[in-house]
Design a protein around this ligand. Sequence first.
Ligand code: ACO
Ligand code: KIV
Ligand code: MG
Length: 573
Amino acid sequence: MANRQQPSPMPIHKYGRYEQVDLPDRTWPEKRITTAPRWLSTDLRDGNQALIDPMSPARKRAMFDLLVKMGYKEIEVGFPASGQTDFDFVRSIIEDPDAIPEDVTISVLTQAREDLIERTVESLKGAHRATVHLYNATAPVFRRVVFRGSRDDIKQIAVDGTRLVVEYAEKLLGPETHFGYQYSPEIFTDTELDFALEVCEAVMDVYQPGPGREIILNLPATVERSTPSTHADRFEWMGRHLSRREHVCLSIHPHNDRGTAVAAAELSLMAGADRVEGCLFGQGERTGNVDLVTLGMNLFSQGVDPQIDFSDIDEIRRTWEYCNQMDVHPRHPYVGDLVYTSFSGSHQDAIKKGFDAMEADAKAQGVTVDDIEWAVPYLPIDPKDVGRSYEAVIRVNSQSGKGGIAYVLKNDHKLDLPRRMQIEFSKIIQAKTDAEGGEVTPADIWSVFQDEYLPNPGNPWGRIQVKNGQSTTDRDGVDTLTVEAAVDGVDTVLTGSGNGPISAFFDALQSIGVDVRLLDYQEHTMSEGASAQAASYIECAIGDKVLWGIGIDANTTRASLKAVVSAVNRAAR
Ligand SMILES: CC(=O)SCCNC(=O)CCNC(=O)[C@H](O)C(C)(C)COP(=O)(O)OP(=O)(O)OC[C@H]1O[C@@H](n2cnc3c(N)ncnc32)[C@H](O)[C@@H]1OP(=O)(O)O
Ligand SMILES: CC(C)C(=O)C(=O)O
Ligand SMILES: [Mg+2]
């Protein structure tokens, strides 16, 4: 096939290729994620430092409480040496006996500088479980430009920093604190693998991880630079080469510069990572940290328990929006306003059929819909599982077909329209959307439906109105029907006979000059119990027109007569 694209005028020469990893025997592509990783939320640090207006203490506390409530057990709560605000916040949650549950570890970040390390460790006094997270950049451009040092100089920053953390922890923290240590070679993504390994090993030589003394080695994609597959290769390579692997918690910290942080995290978990650092809804520096909600929900949608509670996604989102003073995008996976909504006809048709099939399958198995595997086209999860209703699942605009409109009538009004009637009514709605544009709300659909097919309480119209009185007698298989009706505004008693009430009514209608022929008839109950209503649908040939009518009544015969009247009135409209 011909490619007619032309070279762009952009300065491609300014950018080099990212180096691949020589790992022909990589194993991660065959792996599956079958359990949740350890999660760390860095909303209060990486997320907060990326805000135009960092969170106030009240907003920080609301975020912390939310993360605890959702089930996060490792929470980075700040950069206490950055200033009084972060320091005070860390102190406030440690000193509040109700703030940090026994099983939650708080973590704090620091540069590898002695004054900052001392202040950082000091902020943790009295905490039950606390981790100091130390970082220094290890990539060539940082070595040359920021630290102006050799590989050994940069390794020494990490080694000295680790030693200082251990010393200050021993000096400042009491036995009540279960202390942990995390090291990050910042800009891991641009660091040569052999050097990243060398630095991590040197850090471990100081920290001496062993049984009961885990070290967290966090390899950040500070700036995301490669395809997720290359990121996974780098993790598999590090996992293979690290010594003391059983005492290392190998952690990923993907940023989203290329828009593939979620994929990078998932492939790196397949490649052996144990832990993920990220932020809710992808908050964080530049294009954000990896989105913990998407990652967790991706597991959920594959039948893997994320060990985090997303069942009230809108409450999580409201708190997040309050804390960050930002809005979640309407297309954001799993939470955006529009992510469970279909406007287009083929999607709506498939969704409606999916819901119908789920109901039928559950009924056949004698269980409820919630007990069988979710299988509704275009909906990766049941919106109900994150606290959403089905109301917004189908919305109607000019791209919508019969399925969506039929779904709204079934869902909101318990009317299960026969297929040909769906087609007829969707043309009526289509004419409205073509004429007026925009969305047609469920209320609009119902109002058009009522006006078209049912006696419209706001604006009754039509030649014939059926009243309540009607009787049938059955003699030798012949029904004689008497119906009280208003015809052209005059009270009239219509009488006819036939081999059932409908054909008797057709016969009666002949007396007022209406010639009707039955083409199709369907009915269903709309609810259960003594006051149940029935809906009857009738397709008739009236003169040279073929039309549907509907009748709703507690009495099924009257419902069918009303359906005939609905079609007859439409023919004369
Ligand atoms: C990828 C990340 O998200 S990393 C986390 C980044 N987050 C933050 O920095 C938020 C909080 N930070 C701050 O508020 C400030 O940076 C402070 C208060 C901690 C320090 O401020 P300052 O003392 O003014 O130093 P500044 O941050 O500008 O750092 C520059 C110096 O620290 C050195 N430095 C930077 N990072 C590190 C590190 N990880 N370890 C050791 N030294 C470092 C730089 O080389 C530079 O040294 P130089 O002055 O000798 O050239
Ligand atoms: C401090 C480190 C882990 C970081 O946030 C990053 O490199 O993105
Ligand atoms: Mg980061």
